[in-house]
Design a protein around this ligand. Sequence first.
Ligand code: HEM
Length: 505
Amino acid sequence: MGLVAILSISAAVVWLLRMVYYKAKYIYDRMTGMQGPAALPLIGNLHQFRFEADEFFEQAQGLGYMLEENGERMCRIWFSGLPFVLIYGAEEVEAVLSSSKVLHKPFHYGFLSAWIGDGLLISDPEKWRPRRKLLTPTFHYDILKDFVEVYNRHARTLCSRMYEVSGDKYSDVFHTVTLCTLDIICEAALGVCIDAQNKPSPYLDAVMEMKKIIFRRQLAPQYYPEFLFRWFGEGRAQEKCVKILHDFTGTAIRARKKMADEAGGVQNLVEKEAREGRRRMAFLDLMLDMNAKGDLPLEGICEEVDTFTFEGHDTTSASINWFLHLMGANQDKQRRVQYELDEIFGDSDRDVTYEDLSRLKYLEAAIKETLRLYPSVPIFARQVTEDLRIKDHLLPTGTGIVIMPSMVHKDTRYWPDPEVFLPERFLDTEANRHPYSYIPFSAGSRNCIGQRFALMEEKCVLAILMRQFKVEAKLATHDMRIAAELIIRPMYGNDIRLTRRKAFS
Ligand code: HEM
């Protein structure tokens, strides 16, 4: 190699190292101005991290409580060399979620992509923006009200399962409820009744297994690189699950598309089926219509159906479960819920109608209060791609932002006696709270697209359950250990005792 070449390469290496040094210094200088636990060179705070689902959440919350004294509800942590900022105050959250520039998700959302592709939840803003615009009308009340029948039907099956475990003993109902919410979302998204509450299926097993694999990987940095995960982690097990999941949704989508093509379009097909009283519109039908107009490719339909199925069953199940626990632990509040139900339904065992839903004011307040104490998604995150100012800090490009709704929901400035279960907070129309002090569904333009669906579903399912059963919780709320996985769940299950209130016809 000639001297010139050696000199050129050396100059390039020096130049690269200088760039890296200045970039690292730029980030480091900005991050050191922020409160946070002492970090070591290279590994940062990694050695202090707890990787168990309960300890990890407790640790993050503990850190937040320790570091709120100077009026800032944010702190920095170093995940090895990567800077992260934990955010747990309404004002700080507003700076992030109201910004149209902070819409990217960090790398660990990518672990979901084997299942849900590049759907709404994880896609980059360039892809996300037009698709969100396209899909938002899908969640309009005019469409959602047709799902009330689906909620009722599966809630009644859930009731039968609950009868089987009712009586003197306490039973863990967490999984039982999850099967119901999975039935509901599969029928709403795909138009297919998987009947998970009555029979096992490879699809059901794959859904359950896949969630565990994704969560285990999130807490195992050694498996972040794809090849290490594939060869030494659970990559192969994941591949098997993904095949079952995609075969199932792919087959249902292709079959429905074929039927729509044969009927001369989705609208014709849906109208024909409605005349025959056979089936109602599913999100899939609306998306096939978009596909026929050239707005959404078939691959996009698969991504979004899988995204809805993933995001739309565990979240609602967690929330229904915590609601049942809180009812069992707060008998006075349970009586108020049942008083309202008895006023509306009397002794009748009729279905819940769309009109009933808006009359269930106390039930709705109790659901919202449940989501305040136990927001189903314990943590969500953003990636800074342009320097972002929050209060006196400039978060440099590359910073990961981690938002903790459960802590935002316990800020005493907006939530007096934050640990107390008090649905009445949500009936108080005078309450003057910061608009970002309640964020179970996130907020801003990238909030939860399914929140109306979720609230309608929960109200309907819980109206049916609470009419039939009195609930008692085995443990007091302060004795429940919380596991923050993909959703927030009771670490050792949701043990409740159910006794029948009236006959089930
Ligand atoms: C109690 C129930 C639910 C809760 C608490 C909840 C919460 C959330 C949260 C916090 C996010 C933001 C996540 C992030 O930024 O990383 C989100 C996003 C999302 N949720 Fe939900 N969710 C619920 C139910 C549902 C349901 C039933 C569906 C579908 C029918 C759904 C579909 C979605 C989708 C597609 C996104 C991504 C939206 C986007 O980025 O544009 N969710 N949800």
